[in-house]
Design a protein around this ligand. Sequence first.
Ligand code: OOG
Ligand code: MG
Length: 260
Amino acid sequence: MTNKMIQEVAAYVYAAQINLKEINKLTEDKYPNLTMEDSYKAQKELVKLYEEAGHQVFAPKMGLTSKAKWEQMNVDSPIVGYIFNEMVEENKVVKMSDYIHPKVEPEIAIVLKNDIKGDDLTIEDVLDNIDYVLSGVEIIDSRYKDFNFDLPSVIADNTSAAGAVFGDEKLDISEIDMQTETVVLKVNGEVQVEGDGTAVLGHPAESIVWLARHLAQEDKAVPAGVPIMTGGLTAAVLVNAGDTVEVEFSNLSNITIHFE
Ligand code: OOG
Ligand code: MG
């Protein structure tokens, strides 16, 4: 794909994002030959468009790191996207009008104490560099009709990034075993999904290894000091106005979000 076409893809998705307008997946009609390589280039252009409009990247994020998500979305690879500053929801009362058709997914977020970089890092390299661990709930909002996408489309759509909520308590790596950490997500008191940390590539820290490998292609490091979502532990759950979402972790802070 030419640079001009890549920019066109980015502008098209950007307009859908800022106008909360549903579009068909890119490969369906407009860009049938879009590859994953093209779509990461388009994602880069999309980030530029946000930055030009005054927004700032808060942290990179990992997505599609669990079998539960692969099965739900009919895909077979992890992906990388970016959370922007204004996506971080502080008050835990979320307006439906800021979203098209939001879904929630429980996540484990990792904050590093040092930047780490490389395509050959091990899980130990990540564990040695963790500052603390937080609970998270990602509010994803695909711009594609009915969340119907493929890998190139979802990558160009910044991995459905739209909102993020983080738990209050910072746990030291000695205080939590990320693999055995469990989570239950309830909507209006009813259990919808449950999982544990092994769902995320066997270990959530493995997700950071994957991210490092991805960023190393552009000679970039995984940044320290920001919570990095390692990917949904369970399938994502669609929410409606009036819903209260309670996410209960075994050790990490619980998170409650009300959608109004
Ligand atoms: C893509 C985003 C995936 C995750 O945690 O798996 C993601 C989507 O499912 O819409 O953020
Ligand atoms: Mg996610």
